[in-house]
Design a protein around this ligand. Structure first.
Ligand code: K2U
Ligand code: ZN
Length: 168
């Protein structure tokens, strides 16, 4: 297993659109293991392959309190969605920032598991938010893209200032 490097905004590689996985093989299973190790080390509850500079449609999640219920979703897609809900979101690729984001309240998600089985399940609450957040990553979208232009400009200036200080 190896911990991978998480890309940080405004890295342009976060904007790449990931490609569908042709088949769940040993390489995808190793990627899943490395992504889970990285997610746990960074105290995340989700991680998309795009965030570790791999342009494949793979996301991992673990929403359990005990951090012992890992899930891997290959080629995840949202088949249906209903309602709206608002939740405070953060992102491992935009450290130190969070804001309210509106998303679908309930979703029906279809994906391949690590055994290559096609799974279709409903999700709501934090699970629904996390799946939508991670699928956005696979499409090169970040939660900050939902913010108002003023908030996004303010955030970009704060990050550029942080990066200048780090570079000193
Ligand atoms: O994709 C990521 O960057 C990991 C995200 C996943 C996530 C974002 C918003 C809402 C739910 C999940 C987070 O950084 S994981 C950190 C976290 C931990 C507990 C609750 C919410 C977010
Ligand atoms: Zn994120």
């Amino acid at each position: 297993m190896s911990k991978l490097t998480v890309l940080h905004f405004p890295d342009p590689r976060l904007r790449k659109k990931a490609r569908p996985v042709a088949g769940v093989d040993a390489g995808i299973r190793q990627l899943s293991k490395d992504m889970l190790e990285t997610m746990y080390a960074e105290n995340g509850i989700g991680l998309a392959a795009t965030q570790v500079n791999v342009q494949q449609r793979v996301i991992v999640m673990d929403l359990s309190a005990e951090r012992d219920a890992p899930m891997t979703l290959v080629n995840p897609e949202i088949l249906e969605q209903s309602g709206t809900e608002e939740m405070e979101e953060g992102c491992l690729s935009v450290p130190g920032f969070s804001d309210l984001v509106q998303r679908a309240e309930k979703i029906t998600c279809r994906y391949l598991n690590l055994d290559g089985e096609l799974i279709e399940e409903e999700a709501d609450g934090l699970r629904a938010v996390c799946i939508q957040h991670e699928i956005d990553h696979l499409d090169g979208k970040l939660f900050i893209d939902y913010l108002s232009p003023i908030k996004k400009r303010r955030l970009r200036k704060k990050i550029e200032k942080q990066n200048k200080i780090r570079a000193l």
